[in-house]
Design a protein around this ligand. Structure first.
Ligand SMILES: [Zn+2]
Length: 499
């Protein structure tokens, strides 16, 4: 089969120039300059054929007028025509596209099944026309899906002035054509005959099944032709855009928070569906940061490097946190915007945030890695039943590390399994609170996951040793602050200093 014969035949079947190149197995940039590619492939395309693909209707030719184009390509239904490209671009621009500032886009185009059926039909047609030079196992063309990537994607990116990026704004385009329904109905009938015993309902006919089962090696042309024509006929109606859906990229915003209140839960605290506290750290932060990025703030995930109890404050440099924001419209944050968000959170007087910044998605993992190995720094206010002695103070100066065995505290047994866990205490340093011999201020460095309240009072011997067992006297905890978390991330940024 010569290239010229192939093209002449395709032209007679109403196949567009792009699809002709597909059947000539053109690759990559060969679709950019159609004339040049035809020349290189030794094909002379009839004049009127090239003009037929023009869409502006203006011809510099001497011919007095040009026949308007009446039909669309029989194999691609016009998906590669300039008219359709224009419609696609206009459709995208008319969507919420401009609300997203993502520099990259990724396209997901769902095509009518008719397109696949028509490739098969043309495959049969070429076999009939050119005999065994056309294989039964490998398609004679560059698949439409691949050609769409090669041709349409770069054009759309260029027109929209965006880069192609798999992590960018996802534009999902659903295309329909009026021939799809009758053709798929026929396919269901055909399927009963071609693959008896595997009766499928219409809904079960999938693109995957078409790709896998519908090849000349598995279905006979004679059977196919009883239901659908060979070669595929050109169509008069064009493809239509059923819908364009936009899904912004996942953006991660990190920072550190300080918890200033002893009456604030980490996340919304519900008991049997009833709210126990009016607010939470998660809600205060999301309320101030979320709306800039998305309309659906309920989809935001809040993560932090550990957490503290309701009545525990977190001071010092604060605790690292990350917000995972799906379908985000913005992928960056200026220092001014970040500062405004930090100030909005600070206004709550319960939480304060700093170092707020957009971080690469891969880095968001930092927050959970090595959590067990991390050191935690606490300051505990502890009460004795009788005034502190020098001996008590000396016993609670422990510069070297020691291990404790800690049973799951009774207060968390309803949500954690009962285990005895070994935990390392790295150092203990107690001093008297000024003016009150009954109160000690104790700085403690522990392995993450240590229950501090139980470390202090021992919980009836469920934690051993405990401060109580070490000094041989009862001691209880009155207040606890987290003063440092051993995670040097995210990087420090001062949003109050302009760039
Ligand atoms: Zn075509």
């Amino acid at each position: 089969m010569k290239n010229q014969e192939l093209v002449d035949y395709l032209v007679s079947c109403g196949v567009c120039t792009i699809c002709q190149l597909r059947y000539l197995r053109a690759r990559g940039t060969e679709y950019n300059d159609i004339n040049q590619s035809f020349q290189r492939l030794g094909v002379k395309v009839p004049e009127n054929q090239l003009r037929m693909d023009e869409t502006n209707g203006i011809s510099t030719d001497e011919q007095p007028f040009k026949k308007p184009r009446l039909s669309h390509c029989s194999t691609c239904l016009g998906i590669f025509s300039e008219d359709f490209q224009r419609e696609l671009i206009e459709g995208i621009i008319a969507s919420d596209f401009s609300k997203y500032d993502s520099e990259g886009i990724v396209l997901a185009i769902t095509m009518p099944m008719s397109l696949q059926l028509r490739q098969l039909s043309m495959w049969f047609a070429l076999q009939r026309k050119f005999g065994p030079t056309v294989h039964s196992n490998s398609p004679p063309d560059v698949p439409i899906k691949e050609a769409v990537k090669l041709i349409l994607h770069p054009i759309i990116c260029k027109k929209l002035d965006k880069k192609y990026d798999a992590n960018g704004l996802m534009i999902s385009i659903d295309l329909r054509h009026t021939v799809e329904e009758p053709e798929v109905d026929k396919l269901v009938e055909l399927n009963r005959v071609a693959f008896p015993g595997k009766t499928l309902k219409r809904i079960e006919i999938s693109r995957g099944l078409l790709e896998k089962q519908y090849q000349p090696s598995r279905v006979k042309a004679e059977t196919y032709e009883k239901y659908l024509p060979i070669p595929p006929p050109a169509v008069e109606e064009s493809l239509t855009l059923k819908s364009i859906d936009l899904q912004g990229p996942m953006v991660c915003v990190a920072g550190r928070y300080r918890k200033l209140s002893r009456e604030l839960s980490h996340t919304p605290w519900l008991l049997q569906g009833v709210r126990q506290m009016e607010d939470s750290i998660e809600e205060i932060i999301i309320r101030s940061v979320g709306p800039h990025f998305t309309e659906t703030v309920t989809k935001i995930t809040f993560m932090s490097s550990g957490r503290e109890d309701v009545d525990v404050r977190c001071l010092g440099k604060g605790r690292p946190f990350v917000l995972e924001i799906p379908n985000s419209r913005h992928s960056s944050l200026t220092k001014e915007q970040a500062l405004a968000m930090e100030q909005a959170v600070d206004k709550s007087c319960k939480v304060s945030i700093l170092n707020l910044q957009v971080v690469p998605r891969e880095q968001a993992m930092h927050i959970k890695t090595g959590e067990e190995q991390k050191r935690k720094y606490y300051r505990a206010l502890c009460a004795l039943k009788e005034p502190a002695t020098l001996e008590i103070l000396q016993k609670l100066q422990i510069p070297e590390s020691f291990d404790i065995q800690q049973k799951t505290p009774i207060r968390v047994l309803h949500r954690r399994p009962l285990h005895t866990r070994p935990r390392t205490i790295y150092s203990v340093k107690a001093r008297l609170q000024r003016g009150n011999p009954l109160v000690l201020v104790i700085d403690i460095v522990t392995q993450a996951g240590t229950y501090i309240k139980e470390l202090v009072h021992g919980e009836f011997g469920r934690t051993t040793p405990s401060f109580s067992s070490i000094i041989g006297k009862p001691i209880d905890i009155q207040a606890l602050d987290v003063v440092g978390i051993d995670l040097d991330w995210p990087p420090e940024v001062d949003n109050s200093v302009s760039q």
